[in-house]
Design a binder for this molecule. Structure first.
Ligand SMILES: Nc1ncnc2c1ncn2[C@@H]1O[C@H](COP(=O)(O)OP(=O)(O)O)[C@@H](O)[C@H]1O
Ligand SMILES: [Mg+2]
Length: 282
């Protein structure tokens, strides 16, 4: 195919030998199949920032610190400088997250190069050697759905233990390789300490349940998000912590008036005692 302009710098740097074709274009990136050092790899080219919705981006960047105040001001003003900063911020986040998660034992594509706004990634393949399908493109047995769901919950736990939440986990961002699910697309990954972290984590986990319950309906009744988050908040979550998928929400309403009555009663009791003591001393 004709060489896409944005890949030329990698060809000039001998990082890419040939461009084979383009995979489905997603929301934020174009992904090409290329040959590089004798194997097929994926080149992910981030779309220009102006093609992206900033409104949508702001919920993710909320939890991230801009490095300098000039940068922060520019990002919030959405100026040209701000757009460029945002652009490289997204790419950096994806590269950093992919590297960290690989170290944490999460199955994500390996990164080979990062050059001129293009990331060269391991191509995830199916058993025929073609680019692996997204979960959204396949159907499966109830047994496989249970197995892959369990695997992905475990991956989300490992990510959380490494301080990350995917932030856009769904059947569109998980590829099914011949060895099982592989999580992709992390430019919006957020730190688990961000203000809105639980909300995004819960949405990720619920997206998985909503997808897998198409094949194994009982998955609808699981509540891994609350179970995992409680363990995480209490410092008890480990990559291999056993999980049940059940969470007992407290059904007891805080009974404020009975607490106040008890405080009043204790106060009266104390006053009675003091009075009795002072009468004794008289
Ligand atoms: N490492 C990879 N191996 C195989 N296919 C990939 C890889 N990375 C991306 N793709 C394909 O490209 C599509 C878009 O990539 P993605 O990272 O999800 O970007 P976007 O932000 O555009 O959704 C994916 O849905 C998938 O089909
Ligand atoms: Mg995607």
């Amino acid at each position: 195919m004709r060489t896409p302009l944005r890949l030329q710098p990698l060809i000039d740097a001998y990082m890419i030998d040939d461009v084979v074709g383009q995979l489905k274009s997603g929301k934020e990136a174009e992904v090409y199949v290329v040959t590089s050092r004798g194997e097929y790899r994926c080149a992910k080219v981030y779309k220009e920032a102006q093609n992206r919705s900033f409104k949508q981006a702001s919920q993710y960047t909320e939890g991230r610190k801009a490095k300098g105040s000039r940068q922060a001001r520019a990002m919030s003003k959405k100026s040209r400088y701000g757009r460029e900063e945002m652009e490289s911020e997204w790419q950096n986040t994806e590269v950093e997250a992919l590297a960290m998660l690989a170290t944490a034992g999460v199955r994500v594509p390996k990164i080979y190069e990062y050059h001129e706004g293009v990331v060269l990634l391991e191509m995830i393949v199916d058993s025929t050697g073609h680019a692996a399908p997204r979960l959204n493109d396949v159907t499966m047995s109830a047994e496989d759905a249970r197995k892959h769901h369990t695997t992905l919950i475990r991956e989300a736990v490992k990510m959380l233990c490494a301080g990350y939440i995917h932030g856009d986990l769904s059947e569109f961002n998980v590829l099914l390789s011949e060895h099982g699910p592989v999580i992709i697309d992390l430019p919006q990954a957020i730190q688990s300490t961000a203000n809105n972290a639980f909300r995004l984590f819960e949405r990720d986990i619920n997206n998985l349940a909503a997808y897998f319950c198409r094949f194994a309906p009982e998955i609808k009744n699981t509540d891994y998000a609350h179970e995992i988050w409680k363990l995480y908040e209490n410092g008890k979550l480990r990559p291999d912590t056993k999980l049940t998928g059940k969470f007992a929400h407290s059904t007891r309403k805080a009974d404020v008036s009975s607490v106040l009555n008890e405080i009043d009663a204790a106060y009266e009791e104390e006053m009675r005692k003091r009075l009795a003591r002072s009468e004794d001393n008289d």
